[in-house]
Write a protein that binds this ligand. Sequence first.
Ligand code: HEC
Ligand code: HEC
Ligand code: HEC
Ligand code: HEC
Ligand code: HEC
Ligand code: HEC
Ligand code: HEC
Length: 388
Amino acid sequence: MLRSTKFPAYVLSLCLLWVGSAHSQGPSQPASGMTTHDRIQAAGWWPTRRDASRKEFVGSARCADCHSDIYARQAQTSMAKAGNPGSSTAGLQSRPTLSARQGQYMYEISNTGSGSQYRVWSGQDQLAGPLNWIFGAGDIGQTYILERGGNFLESHVSYYPALHGLDLTPGQMAGPPKNLKQAVGHPMEEEDTRLCFGCHTTGSMITDRFDPNQATPGVTCEACHGPGAKHVAAAQANQVDRAVKAILNPGRLKPADQVDYCGACHRSSADVASFPAGTLGLLGVRFQPYRLQKSKCWRKGGGITCLSCHDPHQQIVRDATAYDKYCLTCHQASQAEAKSAVAKAPACPVNSVNCVSCHMKKYDIWAAHATFTDHYIRIVRAGEKYPE
Ligand code: HEC
Ligand code: HEC
Ligand code: HEC
Ligand code: HEC
Ligand code: HEC
Ligand code: HEC
Ligand code: HEC
């Protein structure tokens, strides 16, 4: 295993942690909230559930027949683009060739028009072949997956827009590769592969069997709402009540369940609590549910969920001031307002705009060559240590 324990946890792949959540039972499960592992055993749809049959899925194009506006917006999101087949040009379109050197090994990824080719060589020795999957929408990074005779390999190098090029895949840093085969990529364990496709594609697990070649790339309608055949049939028959009962609308879930719901892929607080102690560190900043639920706004305010600030059908809003109006649904805009609005939370003594720029600090994760937003809303003190 390249993912040895020789390196501190924060340089290890997030994927190692993905696996941890499915298996280990932690000592400190939060009172409310459940692990995703437990959620998908319970009745009803939950994202990453594995037991639906192929005929229950209809595909997003069918949803578009009646929900065309949502369909058009959702297709633009990073989530919809989180997994791409290597045969598509989606991933590499704007960059026909990428190359890099890691020690004695040379890498080249090229777009041939009919798909992406991956080539690794050292002197006279070379291994080359098609890339089967490109994971990640590409705003933060992309990792490649190669399939060879039913075995899956995670590429040794990934693409990072911040570098305009390739660098090591997080988690594959335990020393230089010993041979060409290792230089190509890291062999993925079966469960690792299933989890990977479970969060980045739709319908890769059918009646508990892994069938990635039939999966729909990316996080699409049915990954979140569940398979839609019954819903569509009822809607077509004008049986609206039956149609509504046959599909999950997460908007109807209680706040804590809503946070767990997004946490099926973003990691629920209970998932995070089940990781082995001391493995998380700053990497935890990427698991928004447990960060948010540490905030006083969550604990004392209540009702604040991922949906309060994000529309999952729409590309993320990058303008920090756009979030102000939501903070101000609870917080007074000024001290002066304090006396009139009894039920409200206190006003900021420092500023009345751009709240998230100070209270949701951004952290660099160097292994991912990107910055992530801390969802632990708080007063950030100068020089403070990252609060785990
Ligand atoms: C033949 C038309 C039709 C198709 C196709 C269709 N829907 Fe619907 N959908 C409806 C109707 C009608 C409703 C109920 C009224 C409303 O909310 O507009 C509805 C409501 C919903 C709701 C909200 C349910 C609630 O509890 O309020 C969701 C979620 C949903 N649809 C998702 C989907 C998804 C996902 C697909 C594709 C798998 C899909 N729909 C395909 C007609 C359709
Ligand atoms: C089936 C898995 C899955 C579920 C469920 C899910 N997400 Fe995601 N989400 C992803 C993946 C994978 C990405 C990474 C996309 C990328 O960059 O490749 C992502 C990225 C995002 C982003 C970043 C978008 C960007 O442009 O950088 C936001 C915001 C987000 N998700 C919000 C949510 C919210 C809110 C929910 C719950 C309503 C949710 N997600 C549920 C898998 C999921
Ligand atoms: C439990 C769900 C889950 C699993 C399993 C998972 N991912 Fe992700 N992945 C996500 C989410 C959610 C994001 C977005 C994180 C964010 O923006 O904070 C993401 C982001 C990414 C990105 C974008 C770059 C980055 O660092 O954000 C890549 C590439 C990626 N994942 C590859 C993989 C690969 C390869 C595997 C399997 C070996 C895998 N993921 C397993 C949920 C998952
Ligand atoms: C990342 C998860 C996710 C994906 C992917 C997703 N949805 Fe949703 N959808 C939600 C959530 C969460 C809500 C509840 C929103 C709320 O109440 O604020 C919702 C609500 C809805 C509703 C009912 C409320 C409304 O906004 O009209 C419909 C209809 C719907 N989605 C259809 C779709 C269709 C069609 C697709 C695919 C094009 C899709 N969704 C993809 C998570 C998702
Ligand atoms: C109080 C508002 C708020 C809530 C609630 C919230 N977010 Fe965010 N989220 C933000 C802001 C602000 C950003 C940064 C946007 C930017 O500047 O790019 C962000 C960024 C993200 C990103 C992109 C990666 C990153 O770290 O920058 C993901 C993924 C995400 N949020 C997921 C979630 C999930 C999942 C939940 C629920 C647990 C959630 N968010 C709840 C405000 C919120
Ligand atoms: C659902 C209501 C609600 C929302 C929305 C909300 N908060 Fe809060 N927030 C609270 C409550 C309640 C407290 C605790 C006040 C107290 O301790 O008396 C709090 C506390 C705080 C604190 C003080 C934290 C500390 O450690 O002392 C800050 C800073 C803060 N909120 C900022 C924000 C920002 C920024 C936003 C928007 C991104 C926001 N809040 C959204 C309810 C909310
Ligand atoms: C320039 C950075 C900055 C911006 C922008 C900012 N704050 Fe603050 N905020 C602070 C600092 C620093 C403190 C701590 C002040 C102290 O304790 O002396 C604080 C304190 C707070 C508190 C705690 C007040 C109390 O009495 O306990 C809340 C709540 C809060 N801010 C909410 C907000 C909201 C809502 C916004 C947007 C309308 C906002 N902040 C914008 C820096 C900022």
